[in-house]
Design a protein around this ligand. Structure first.
Ligand code: ADP
Ligand code: MG
Length: 536
């Protein structure tokens, strides 16, 4: 049979090339996914008795022939009859250039999402298919097309079941005849595909990654090893969450909490998105809530629509549900560790805190849950308080004039040590809120935590707002006190500093200089570019 491919424009291939300029390499992912699909279909058919006999070794082979300038993908899957080639290759993919263009006109998605079989023409001057269906009494089929709308299709003698696709690599795409280049692509896209893939006689994939296995079968070591497999240079993660949902959508995956020592070490875009074990992207923005992008790991869902634009993704009900589900799972896991193993939780707070605070600022549902497990650490004693515990411990002492709970914090326990000591001497609890996210966190929580007011330890209001304790005798005479006041105020009046000579013991701090909280915050916000912004 000879025929003409049914397209409305003269030739669809220039369009494919034009629209797929960015990531040509995805052709390999597409062809291998087809080979995988064909193999999985065969397994299913065999399990219900429709495919007879021994299936033999089910594997996919990739081979380069540099002399012939070909790249070949061979599978042992269901194969195709000539009717099927006509239906699936000739008709379906060429159902019309117009439709094609409408479907793929959002250039952003091109490069991330494939075009199926025809992406082969991005890199080939000619594509050949040799295939034989698993069905009994069918002949082998040969199909070829050189990028013009004409194709050839005829029967051939072929003994073995399955499909062989031969790409005659074009001049501009010679790179795909280099073993290193091909291996690199295979490792990126096919690392966890479900059917063994061989290149140069070596299997390149792990067909049974932990996220498809049962949590009950897995050990701590398994999870840690898998983390190493994903991020060879990463430090051991703090802990992980195994996701497994089958209703109302399908989602599996493992999310890891990385160790974060410094906020500048935070790396986003560490989560990889898969669809049925086929790598899709590691740009999970809009699919995963922003604060969860600090996590690492893998999410696999056949229900995330991959062939649509990102703006559409945000509004997609499945994506929203997936977001909500992941957020809930993460909050539940943190809550569980907090309740069952608080010591471990507190030990990891340095890394966790950043993540929890970021989540509380950006996600209401997460905030609700995190209110119970957010902890603040005492600046000198190291004891951790939840919001509730802090309130309980300070309630009578630390109320401001409006009856609001005052949380006294330090941004620098060393520099502000004198103030901290002074506060401690009065029985106040000073907590550390010193990371880069804390400035934004404090402002944000003042809006969200009703009846709570934050005051920095060196602020003038610490003393003004809280009922003064009587009975502390000054170590200085009245005259000395006045002298000191004048001296300090003269030097620092530009900074809105108030000098008070306190009735404290000489070992601690007989003189305290404070600055209004409001003035300081204004300055800090200017200096750090608005808190949140600098955190990004
Ligand atoms: P999709 O995979 O989204 O269906 P493709 O353009 O990648 O679209 O493939 C079109 C169809 O061609 C497939 O659905 C399948 O029926 C058939 N096909 C492609 N490759 C193979 C293969 N290796 N073995 C069997 N059938 C295949
Ligand atoms: Mg496909």
């Amino acid at each position: 049979q000879k025929g003409q491919i049914r397209v409305q424009t003269e030739n669809i291939f220039p369009i494919i090339k034009k629209f797929l300029y960015s990531e040509h390499e995805i052709f390999l992912r597409e062809l291998i996914s087809n080979a995988t699909d064909a193999t999985q279909k065969l397994k299913t058919l065999s399990s219900i008795g429709e495919a007879k006999g021994d299936l033999g070794e089910l594997r996919i082979d990739i081979a380069i022939d540099a002399a012939e300038k070909t790249l070949t993908i061979t599978d042992r899957g269901v194969g195709m009859t000539s009717e099927e080639v006509d239906k699936y290759i000739n008709q379906v993919a060429f159902s019309g250039a117009e439709e094609f263009l409408n479907k793929y006109k959002d250039a952003n998605i091109i490069g991330h999402f494939g075009l199926g079989f025809y992406s082969a023409f991005m890199v080939s001057e000619k594509v050949e298919i040799f295939t034989k269906s698993f069905r009994e009494d069918t002949k082998g089929v040969y199909w070829s097309c050189d990028g013009s709308p004409e194709y050839e299709l005829y029967e051939i003698d072929k003994d073995d079941r399955g499909t062989k696709i031969v790409l005659h690599i074009n001049e501009e795409s010679k790179e795909f005849l280099e073993a290193d280049r091909v291996r690199g692509i295979l490792e990126r896209f096919c690392r966890f595909q479900a059917v063994p893939i061989f290149f140069e006689d070596k299997q390149i994939n792990n067909t049974n990654p932990i996220w498809v296995r049962k949590p009950s079968e897995l050990t701590t070591e398994d999870y840690q090893n898998f983390y190493k497999e994903l991020y060879p240079y990463g430090e051991t993660p703090l802990f992980w969450i195994h996701l497994n949902v089958d209703y109302p959508f399908n989602l599996t995956g493992v999310l890891y909490f990385p160790k974060i020592k410094q906020s500048y070490e935070i790396q986003k875009d560490k989560i990889q998105l898969y669809s049925n074990q086929v790598f899709v992207t590691d740009e999970v923005k809009d699919i995963v809530p922003e604060f969860l992008m600090l996590l690492h790991g893998v999410i696999d869902s056949p229900d995330i629509p991959l062939n649509v634009s990102r703006s559409y993704l945000q509004g997609d009900p499945n994506v929203k549900k997936i977001n909500a589900h992941i957020t809930k799972k993460v909050a539940d896991k943190l809550d569980e560790i907090f309740r069952n193993n608080r010591t471990e939780f507190e030990e990891k707070w340095d890394s966790l805190g950043l993540f929890v605070k970021y989540g509380m600022m950006t996600d209401e549902k997460f905030l609700d849950k995190a209110n119970k497990f957010l902890v603040m650490q005492d600046a000198r004693e190291g004891k951790f308080y939840t919001l509730e515990e802090y309130k309980m411990a300070t309630e009578t002492l630390q109320k401001n004039k409006d009856g609001k709970q005052v949380i006294i914090y330090t941004t620098d326990p060393v520099q502000q040590d004198a103030y901290i000591q002074a506060c401690n001497a009065k029985g106040y609890i000073v907590v550390k809120l010193e990371t880069i996210v804390d400035a934004a966190f404090i402002n944000n929580m003042e809006m969200k935590w009703e009846g709570v007011h934050f005051v920095r330890v060196d602020s003038d209001i610490v003393d003004n707002i809280i009922d003064k304790q009587e009975g502390n005798e000054s170590v200085l005479s009245k005259e000395e006190t006045e002298q000191l006041k004048t001296m300090f105020t003269k030097d620092v009046h530009n900074l809105h500093v108030t000098v008070e000579v306190k009735g404290l013991s000489p070992e601690t701090a007989p003189v305290i200089a404070t600055r209004p909280e409001f003035m300081r915050r204004m300055k800090d916000m200017g200096a750090v570019g608005g808190g949140m912004a600098s955190f990004y």
